[in-house]
Design a protein. Structure first.
Length: 164
């Protein structure tokens, strides 16, 4: 869900799942949009490798728009060699932690945070996330500070989004 945040928003806003199995989902275009436009609800500064408290959200999807800066070494490495792997960890309400790879250059467009998308059956059904942590192994390539803008994406109709 973090590789193409703008594409995911458009798909879930304009299509619904009509048939699925374990590997494939069939989507159908809908006439009316299913999601409202993303709305900024909070902003904060934080640091890499520290837990970030997730703001409470109502019935919507919560995304984090992650802004960071590379230092000189990081800019050079990105130009001449493949970049390091980045990760996002989700701490769920029950204490379980899930870790996924993060495409950091797409993160500025919005990383899906909550509800945690785990099943193709309904992208709006999932467990609530309490905190996230952003990490990468080479701490000398980026500046220490991260800016996070929290976005809420509300459904157009009641009942579209289900919690755990």
């Amino acid at each position: 869900m973090n590789d193409e945040p703008l594409t995911n928003y458009k798909i879930f806003s304009h299509y619904k799942i009509i048939c699925r199995d374990k590997k494939i989902a069939l989507l159908k275009k809908v006439v009316e949009e299913r999601l409202r436009k993303p709305r900024l609800i909070a902003s904060e500064s934080c640091r890499w490798n520290e837990w970030i408290k997730v703001p409470a959200s109502s019935e919507g999807i919560l995304r984090a728009r992650i802004n960071f800066s590379r230092n000189l070494i990081g800019n050079v490495k990105e130009l001449v060699y493949k970049e390091e792997e980045y990760f996002i960890e989700y701490k769920l309400n029950d204490g379980e932690i899930k870790k996924y790879r993060l495409v950091i250059d797409n993160a500025v467009c919005g990383v899906w945070v909550s509800p945690l998308f785990e099943k193709i059956s309904n992208p709006f059904y999932g467990r609530q996330v309490q905190e996230i942590r952003l990490s990468y192994p080479a701490d000398h390539l980026l500046t220490k500070e991260i800016k996070v803008g929290w976005e809420s994406i509300e459904p157009m109709k009641e009942g579209l989004i289900h919690r755990e």
